[in-house]
Design a protein around this ligand. Sequence first.
Ligand code: FAD
Length: 451
Amino acid sequence: MTKMRLAIVGAGPAGIYAADLIIKAERDFEVSIDLFDLLPAPYGLVRYGVAPDHPRIKGIIKALYEVLDRGDIRFFGNVQYGKDITLDELKDHYNAVIFATGAIKDATLNIPGVELDGSYGAADFVNWYDAHPDVPRTWPLDAKEIAVIGNGNVALDVARILSKHPQDLLSTDIPENVYQGLLSSPVTDVHVFGRRGPAQVKFTPLELREACAIEGVDTIVYDEDFKYDAGSQDAIDSNNQTRVMVATLEGIRTKEQTGASRRLHLHFFSSPNEILGTDGKVSGLRIERTELDGHGGVVATGEFRDYPVQAVYRAVGYFGSELVEIPFDGKYGVITNQAGRVIDSEGNTVPGVYATGWIKRGPVGLIGHTKSDAMETIACLIEDRNTWWKPVHQDEQSVIDLLKGKNVKFLGWPEWLKVDAAERQLGEDQGRERIKLVDRQDFLSAAFEEN
Ligand SMILES: Cc1cc2nc3c(=O)[nH]c(=O)nc-3n(C[C@H](O)[C@H](O)[C@H](O)COP(=O)(O)OP(=O)(O)OC[C@H]3O[C@@H](n4cnc5c(N)ncnc54)[C@H](O)[C@@H]3O)c2cc1C
């Protein structure tokens, strides 16, 4: 039987599911897979995006761990495509590559004032509280009143972490610098603004219910925001998820407030218009009220309101990053592809190059969606076997020699297991399940130092 050597770049859920699926697929060739990630840790946004107080979702890590721990996929952490390994080098060592590089940056929001001190992208804040190794260790938490722009789950995550009392995060894996940062926050009010109405939010029911039930935080909604047109009613009648969400929000309308020291306000029909500043620092958010257009959409009303806030978090979506030598669609932030086959600017298929996950279809959807996505890509890859690359180095050792020759300090699976053990030990020492390591140097020490 011929042996296929497959490189997968990106060890988030999309990359790991793709590896697992090709191993389990019906095929008439053997396959040997190397999974690269620029981070010293696997799991992508499940580790560096999902909020620390979502242990249920973090449980997916266990399933991903089991795939990698089987021993039939090699992990190479701390290896960045485009820097530590190039497309030509991949061609020399593999029959094909799948890019599963996800998204880490914020999408842009073009309103005046985004550049002000105190205006933050949600992704940067998420990277900080999730202990991403490549971001600063401190985060400026000096605002009493904060605006969060967006009506998706990331906006809810950000608003929840900002308003939650930090001691309630001590059961999670947040490191000390994040705990201390949150402890110093004087926040009293977090305002979440969405352009549309309660029947149009992009939240999911579980996340909304959770945000409305934070210990020691009152959730506040406003009567003027509860309007439904025929389009909204259609959505409520036809979509169970919308019905549950509207019922949850209607429930908050009648809920007594407790006089808690922190409040989470959910505003609808409020389109961000300008971030206001004083002396270069955020001092407010101007929104324009919108109203329903009869079909569930909204139109601007010309009525503006200013909210005094000292920080604004923009949670308006993520955006994929371009990869060296790989065709990229700058409008949508994805690798140009059809069903996972990468397509060049003339519309021709690029042999041997595939995409999956958020970098394939854009940064929307839950972790589970990356599995169906990977299935499609893997089916194309198997079908295309006659057009795969013909590598000059087929043996598994040669890529290790290549990386070592370039002085790339990569972590294999056994090294990652040492890091994993070090994080558990750190947690155990403080009566917690795990505390994340943050510095790359700490990862390398845990991975390579003999104990
Ligand atoms: C803030 C936030 C919270 C979320 N919460 C939830 C939730 O609660 N539940 C849920 O189901 N979904 C949640 N999601 C969605 C979920 O995280 C995504 O659906 C999923 O992670 C996408 O998987 P992916 O593998 O395509 O990308 P990613 O998870 O982003 O993985 C991509 C990997 O590629 C690596 N990479 C990138 N560039 C390179 C390169 N040049 N070389 C080598 N490696 C590279 C990255 O380091 C990363 O590890 C959340 C997303 C965000 C942003």
